[in-house]
Ligand binder design. Structure first.
Ligand code: IDP
Ligand code: MG
Length: 140
């Protein structure tokens, strides 16, 4: 598997509890390199655009409220098989189902407040990176 890039987000529940550094350490420990990073506070329109794929889900409104409730850290991660590696480091969507030692198991609060986002496919990663970063902000 060649080197890949993926979009990662440290969500408001994690920035609020000052877990940014601990989460970055987990990602680096999993073999991922942070090649772009910025802390932002999304407006509703930013969150709605990013999560457009979920717009018809019953949890959409709550997700948008949560993702705009505080600062988040957007990152581009690079590495061999980065998309799958990141998803593995994150753990399952619901922290109660996440594997021991995963970020969501150790830091997630509940199904919504699950500390991190990671792109789920190459196509999604491309779209999400382009939405969140200018090319000049990514230094690989
Ligand atoms: P993922 O983040 O593991 O890819 P998705 O199904 O893409 O999971 O859902 C996006 C985000 O929406 C989740 O990470 C979580 O924050 C939230 N979410 C997903 N399903 C539910 C739900 O049933 N209730 C509340 N929030 C949910
Ligand atoms: Mg997803």
């Amino acid at each position: 598997m060649a080197s890949e890039r993926t979009l990662s987000i440290i969500k408001p529940d994690a920035t609020e509890r000052n877990l940014t550094g601990q989460i970055i350490a987990r990602l680096e420990g999993a073999g991922l390199r942070v090649i772009a990073q910025k802390r932002v506070w999304w407006k509703k329109k930013d969150a709605r655009k990013f999560y457009d794929i979920h717009k018809d889900q019953p949890f959409f409104k709550g997700l948008i409220a949560f993702m705009t409730s505080g600062p988040i850290v957007l990152q581009v991660l690079e590495g061999e098989d980065a998309i799958a590696k990141n998803r593995e480091a994150m753990g399952a969507t619901n922290p109660v189902d996440a594997a021991p030692g995963s970020i969501r198991k150790d830091f997630g609060v509940n199904l919504q407040r699950n500390s991190v986002h990671g792109s789920d496919s190459a196509a999604t990663a491309k779209r999400e990176i382009a939405l969140c970063f200018k090319k000049s902000e990514i230094v690989g």
